[in-house]
Ligand binder design. Structure first.
Ligand code: URA
Length: 300
């Protein structure tokens, strides 16, 4: 591209090209593409066409003849089922219900958090894994008494591989600091550990596939208190059906699988960035968390 432009020496060519590039970038952004996954573009259409072309078009062999069947009319030639193009296999996870079953089995088999992370790293059942840059498993102290769970990583988290490191994470840090907590005294994760493209909301299927893993993560971390950040996390983990404005601030019980612990839903920090009026109620929730943490350890 640049050689054509520099060869021409015509500044107008640059302007035209710049406009075209800006249009293409705008198109990609609108389509939710805001991160490059590789250095070079890959033409998936050409790949799957080549795979199809390489497949044998018709059954090459005659059906086996049985003794005495020589005079029988030959059955019509049947088209051999085309093998699945190998190139698409890594990007074609199993159907969601199969993936959710595999997730349940994998998550249940993890004896500790390191094993759970390793299982997630090798799990192929969630399509988000193939568009995200990396797994965003957790941050903070896995032995902390407080565990906070958000919805899914955003762009900054996808780049760093840690939850809540972008703008909403900075607000979360300030909210926690106000009650004397930092990432050495809290453990932070997300319901979905891979960034959905363009920060879209995870689909119900994607959430269902990831759910066994976050449930197991809570069980293995074994916190005394669970805080769900935002409606999607509260609905998924706590089963709360109301909107977050109604559901927040009320302690409910959460069964980790090993014991029942108090859990609270509060506003997601990203919502508070957009809606500063919510901060007053979020502050009440932080005080409620502080009060619970101040209670004697044995009383939960
Ligand atoms: N929002 C979330 O729900 N999780 C993150 O990690 C970042 C933003």
């Amino acid at each position: 591209m640049s050689s054509t432009l520099s060869d021409s020496g015509n500044g107008d060519d640059w302007a035209g090209d710049r406009d075209a590039l800006a249009d293409i970038l705008a198109f990609h952004l609108e389509a939710g593409v805001d991160v490059a996954l590789g250095e070079e573009p890959v033409d998936r259409f050409a790949e799957s066409q080549a795979a199809r072309a390489a497949a044998p078009p018709l059954a090459a062999q005659e059906p086996p003849r049985t003794a005495g069947a020589a005079a029988a009319p030959a059955p019509p030639a049947r088209r051999a089922p085309a093998p699945a193009p190998a190139i698409l296999a890594p990007a074609s996870p199993p159907p969601p219900d199969v993936a959710a079953l595999e997730a349940r089995e994998a998550a249940a088999s993890a004896p500790d958090l390191d094993a759970l992370r390793a299982l997630l790293e090798s799990f192929e059942g969630c399509p988000l894994k193939h568009t995200a840059t990396r797994l965003v498993f957790a941050d903070g102290n896995p032995s902390a008494r407080l565990m906070l769970v958000g919805e899914a990583p955003g762009r900054d988290e996808d780049i760093e591989g840690k939850p809540f490191v972008g703008r909403s994470g900075q607000l979360l840090d300030r909210m926690l600091a106000a009650i004397g907590i930092d990432r050495t005294s809290a453990y932070i994760a997300n319901v979905v550990p891979w960034r959905p493209p363009g920060n879209r909301t995870p689909t119900p299927q994607e959430t269902a596939i990831c759910l066994p893993f976050i449930r197991r993560q809570v069980e293995l971390a074994n916190p005394d208190f669970l805080v769900c950040l935002g409606g999607p996390s509260a609905q998924t983990l706590l089963g709360l059906r109301e909107g977050i404005t109604k559901a927040r601030g009320r302690w409910v019980e959460y069964d980790t699988g090993s014991r029942v612990i108090p859990a609270l839903a509060t506003f997601h920090p990203a919502y508070l960035l957009r809606t500063p009026l919510g901060k007053r109620m979020a502050w009440r929730d932080m005080l409620a968390i502080e009060a619970r943490l101040g209670e004697k350890r044995g009383s939960t």
